[in-house]
Design a protein around this ligand. Structure first.
Ligand code: SF4
Ligand code: SF4
Length: 346
């Protein structure tokens, strides 16, 4: 059964990728936030609160329908912690029912065998869990030892694909933990990603020597398309800029809990247009708008989306934006109030 589900998923994905390459006027990926609240409080995170209520189901379904109307290919449900939403299964099912690929990013704490089976039935395609360390500490409780039973349940019950994200960068005490996390992910048959933690503006902070050694080790194990993603990450880890065109606001959208469309989780407030009024004209405008934060951006999923268009419609040459981008990055690094961010490696 798992094999048939996987084969069908691969066919649907291939069709979506082909459509992304053929038509540049629709969003390829949308991050959709059903609730901002989270059960954890990772020290580096700027994407959660401890009190907010879930967005009502009827409103979430309306937003899913609006995204389908824009021709969206895939929706990633994120947060906060999406598994805390009481109607998550219905949201997942609606996304699949409207023909879109549906994935989710979670801290995994609320997973159980029964919960995983419900996600199977709802039609979830892919799930990502970030694990920051082996033992919990004051920075993060997303720890391999605490999550180990959940990972075993996922291996036994999940019909969707599973990826484990490990991270290196400022804030994580023992960078070598990422090696152990990646090893365990492979033992369980999951996909393993490594991300570089960004600051509160989505910009990279170059890795220290120990972090760089761990990054190189993990990078040497990447195979297939994951090697392609390494091109972006390798440059960032070494503090070098990337030449790419960020299509946030066009091919990638971040829809927050208030139904506003932003460039991404780290550039909230731009353009901050309600989803119900977001139209093809907005997509065309943002498709062509260069983002000054692009050269040092660490938001890997948006870079992946950018691959669909970099070859045909580059926005501006790197030389035109790097000096400004360097100034923005230096300003961010110097600002003591700059909040931390979180690694989005999806
Ligand atoms: S990183 Fe994830 S688990 Fe941690 S506080 Fe932020 S939303 Fe919650
Ligand atoms: S380059 Fe794009 S994805 Fe990256 S921080 Fe800027 S707007 Fe967000």
């Amino acid at each position: 059964m798992k094999l048939i589900t996987r084969a069908r998923r691969m066919v649907r994905l291939a069709i979506k990728i082909a459509w992304a390459l053929l038509d540049k006027h629709h969003p390829v990926l949308v991050h959709l936030i059903p609730m901002r609240r989270c059960n954890l409080a990772c020290r580096y995170c700027n994407e959660y609160d401890a009190v907010s209520a879930p967005v009502p189901l009827a409103e979430m379904l309306r937003r899913v329908d609006l995204l389908a109307g824009l021709g969206t290919s895939a929706v990633t449900i994120s947060g906060g912690e999406p598994l805390m939403h009481p109607d998550l299964d219905a949201i997942v099912a609606r996304i699949r029912g409207r023909g879109m690929v549906v994935t989710m990013i979670t801290n995994g704490y609320h997973l159980s065998p029964e919960r995983i089976e419900r996600l199977n039935r709802a039609g979830l395609d892919h799930l990502e869990i970030s694990i920051d360390n082996v033992e919990p500490d004051e920075v993060s409780m997303k720890s391999l030892r605490l999550l180990e039973p959940k990972l075993v349940w996922l291996r036994e019950h999940a019909e969707f694909s599973v990826a484990i994200n490990s991270v290196v960068g400022s804030g994580i005490k023992n960078p070598e933990d990422a090696l152990q996390v990646a090893r365990r992910a492979r033992e369980l048959g999951f996909i393993s990603h490594v991300g570089v933690i960004h600051d509160g503006r989505g910009q990279v902070k170059p890795l220290a020597e120990r972090e760089m050694a761990v990054y190189r080790e993990l990078r040497s194990r990447r195979r297939g398309p994951l090697r392609l993603a390494s091109i972006f990450q390798d440059n960032l880890a070494a503090g070098r800029p990337n030449e790419w065109s960020c299509r946030a606001g066009a091919r990638y959208l971040y829809v927050d809990e208030n139904g506003l469309v932003h460039y991404c989780s780290q550039q909230r407030g731009r353009p901050a247009i309600p989803l119900e009024t977001y139209a093809k004209a907005d997509i065309e405008r943002e498709y062509a708008t260069p983002k000054m934060c692009a050269p040092y951006c660490t938001i890997n999923c948006v870079q992946w989306v950018g691959l669909a268009d970099n070859w045909r419609s580059p926005q501006v040459p790197l030389a035109a934006v790097v000096p400004r981008a360097r100034a923005v990055a230096a300003q961010a690094a110097a600002a003591p109030s700059a909040p931390p961010g979180r690694a989005l490696v999806g």
